[in-house]
Every structure is written in C-alpha cells, then in structure tokens.
Design a protein around this ligand. Structure first.
Ligand SMILES: Nc1ncnc2c1ncn2[C@@H]1O[C@H](COP(=O)(O)OP(=O)(O)OP(=O)(O)O)[C@@H](O)[C@H]1O
Length: 296
C-alpha cells in the first residue's frame, strides 16, 4: 500500500499526489473560536492519503477534536481550497456527508445519519428501530456490524449502559461504507474485546477499500501495529506527521504509550519554561473576514 502522511514540514510532492488520489489535504489553515483570542490553528498543513490509519495524538486542548470537526465539515474555515476531503471542500460540499463517504463519530450522544441529520441516541426506542431506520444500508454489512458490536436489537436506548449506547452509535456510523472516517475517541466506553474486534474491522476496511481513518485517542493499547501513521499536535501545531514505522523513538522503545507520554511531558516542561505565544487573529497579517469560523 502506498499510503502517506505529511504535515507542516512535509513533502510537497506528497501533497500534489494526494489531491489526485482523493485523500485529505489541509493547506495553510487558520482557525479561531474567538476572534479576540490567538488562533488555535495558524498556517496548519496536513495531507493524508487513501489507505492510511492515522492516529491523532496530543494533550488535552491541543486541537484534536477541533481538527476532526473541521475535516468533517462542521466548521467553515477559509475558502474552498483550504480543507479538501476526497477532492471536495469539507464544509461546502455537503454531499460528502450526505452520501456517507465522509463519516464522523464523536463523543456526543447523537449521530449524523446522512440527510436525516442529527439523530439523538437516548430515548424510549429500540436499537433495532434506530439501526433498521437507516435507509440504504446493505443488509449484509448491517448484520456483520450488529454481530461485531454484539448489539441486542431489543435494547431500549434509554435503559442501556454507556458502552451499549456507544456500540449502537458506532454501528449507525458505519452502516454506509465510508471513504473517510473521523473518530474522536469513540472506543473509550467499549470493553476490551469489542474494542479490539472493532479495530480489526477498521484495519480490514482500510486495506480492502483504501479507506482513510483519522483517529484521535488517549488510549494506545494495541495501536502500535494498528496505525500506519502518527500525527502529533501541540497547541494547534502539527509537531510530527509520519509513518509509524519511521517514528524513531518507537524503534528503541517499548510502546506507543511511553513515546507519547515522553512527548507530552517534554511539552509541559517546555511550556512552563517558555509559555507559547501565538499571534492574535486580529493582529495577524493573515487575518481577513474569510478566516472567521462558522459552526454547524
Ligand atoms: N466550542 C468552543 N468554543 C471555544 N473554544 C473551544 C471550543 N471547543 C474547544 N475550544 C478550545 O479549543 C482548544 C482545542 O480544543 P479541542 O477540543 O479541539 O482539544 P482536544 O485536543 O480535542 O482535547 P481533548 O484531548 O481534551 O479532547 C481548547 O483550548 C478548547 O478550550
């Protein structure tokens, strides 16, 4: 597989290849939640190619969720060329989400199901009602997911545990065979067997269909061999973006958990010594009204 990842300091050749091969391409992105505050992302660049399983790591508040939401088209950032997913604009080309090609699974108890919009996952209805209510799902894929996630179709959604609700949410999110899947720590409530089976399923999907997965997590168990790429964000800056097999610390070390722990500890020490100052949006030479954020 010829998957690749590059970031701020990454290869421009890869970037050019990526546009043709329909991956993810973020170019010179600037984003701020509050125009009075320094931007979270300032000239942020990232390329992810088909077939990649990219782990997104970073401290709390570093920008992982925001980045995933931007890639999912939930925030408008700049013009059509800034955030490209599958050769479309993540925010403007709503067909990306409606078709199921671009899927996002996040922490909130709701699921955006194509044109049906946000569907709440808590209420007096059955898992069956939710899952079979999704139009256009392939029955074989649906059965496979129900079995994989060990879902009891009779579950009442207002009486299930967090882990059981999460399984239904994941099932709904995967019913359509996505091309890009953005995961924001959705395995946190799952038991270890379900989590490992799900990770195997994702791996299979990427290998068979060249799907892209970008997965933000703080749980690293079993991910050294699962991920193909690693992206590390610090305070909205992409510090590392590389193939997992090229992460030199992983050659000598132990496991991903200790490598990421060392990065985050070093970051904390450095921040204490030398607090990070970003240019405020209002005073930035890059700022213009088109950089203001709009939310979905
Ligand atoms: N809706 C919002 N309005 C204003 N600021 C926000 C909003 N959401 C997030 N932020 C800020 O943006 C920064 C990045 O937050 P984000 O949720 O993307 O971080 P994260 O890396 O996903 O963190 P975590 O690991 O805790 O999930 C934080 O400083 C946070 O306070």
């Amino acid at each position: 597989m010829n998957s690749s990842l590059s970031g701020n300091g990454g290869s421009t050749t890869m970037a050019a290849e990526n546009e043709d091969s329909c991956g993810i391409r973020v170019t010179g992105m600037q984003f701020s939640y509050d125009v009075q505050q320094p931007p979270l992302f300032l000239d942020f660049n990232l390329n992810v190619s088909p077939g990649s399983r990219c782990l997104l790591v970073g401290a709390n508040g570093s920008g992982k969720t925001t980045l995933l939401k931007i890639l999912a088209g939930k925030h408008m950032v700049g013009g059509r060329d800034v955030v490209r997913v599958l050769s479309g604009s993540a925010f403007h080309d709503t067909q990306l989400v409606c078709s199921g090609d671009l899927a996002y699974l996040g922490g909130s108890w709701s699921k955006n199901v194509g044109s049906a919009g946000e569907i709440p996952l808590q209420g007096d209805f059955s898992a069956e009602h939710m899952i079979f209510g999704v139009e256009g799902a392939d029955p074989e894929r649906r059965d496979k997911l129900i079995e994989l996630l060990d879902i009891d179709l009779q579950w009442r959604m207002h009486k299930v545990s967090d882990g059981q609700r999460r399984r239904v949410q994941i099932c709904l999110g995967l019913l359509h065979p996505y091309k890009v899947l953005l995961l924001d720590e959705v395995t946190v409530d799952l038991d270890v067997v379900t989590r490992m089976d799900l990770l195997d399923f994702f791996k299979e999907e990427c290998e068979q269909r060249e799907a892209i997965i970008v997965y933000a997590t703080h749980i690293f168990d079993g991910l050294e061999t699962w991920a193909t790429h690693l992206a590390y964000i610090q305070d909205g800056e992409l510090r590392r973006a590389e193939k997992i097999s090229n992460v030199k610390e992983l050659k000598s070390s132990t496991n991903l958990l200790s490598v990421v722990e060392a990065w985050l500890r070093a970051e904390t020490k450095l921040e204490k010594k030398n607090p990070v100052q970003k240019t405020s949006v209002a005073s930035s030479p890059f700022f213009s009204s088109r950089h203001m954020a709009y939310y979905r």
